[in-house]
Ligand binder design. Sequence first.
Ligand code: FES
Length: 272
Amino acid sequence: TSPAGPARIAHGVGSPGRAAISAPHLRTDRWWLPPLVSALGLAAFIGYSTWRAFANTHYYAAPYVSPFYSPCLASNCTDMNGGADWHLFGNWWGLSPALLVLIFPLGFRLTCYYYRKTYYRAFWLSPPACAVAEPHASYTGETRLPLILQNIHRYFFYLAVVVAGILSYDTVLAFRDPHGNWGHAGLGTLVLLVNIILIWAYTLSCHSCRHIIGGKLRHFSAHPVRYRMWGWVGVLNGRHMLLAWSSLISVGVADLYVYLVSSGAFDDPRFF
Ligand code: FES
């Protein structure tokens, strides 16, 4: 047996030259709780969004459109009365139109620095928590395929800005009544409004956004506008985890709301 005891592994933290500590780790707190909650939360969202993305039904309840289906790019889209149903894909596209657009927010979140940390911990245990050794024999980080592709996050950021712009347009249209007259506000309007605020806050809190706005400057004093914007984005960036989860929940709630109204589960309460 080694000085560390029979359970000691010969790689990672058990490699020769590392401190010989027989315990798997020295943490005494409930370090497993955050990765467990993350795994359950992400699994729930993945399950729900997969079902809705393939459902291809009940994604429009005038004047509200589900954020999962906007912009609607296929000819088989429901007519959205002036909304973002642009029919760029012809009749040959027979699957759910959501599959054409979800790749953008999905790619944005999948490559997000925060979500990377979360799912590496929750699903891959790499590592499961700070100061808790991972079970894998080797570690190559994000230096080779496929994880090196995480570097395209900044491009997904640009696409996410476009998608957020389109969802903003949808939210403006939610101030019309089902017949297209302006001056309406219902519970659905409020749901979409809260969602788009959280989507923008999450998008602008992105680490890539922060770098695009304030990075590569030698002197902030020579760029006062960018410096000020960098400060604002920095405030949001400090809450990136909170915004990642709250916007994930809000986008699911917005879709669920449209689904329930569209399927006739209840009528949209109208404020004015
Ligand atoms: Fe999370 Fe860019 S780092 S969205």
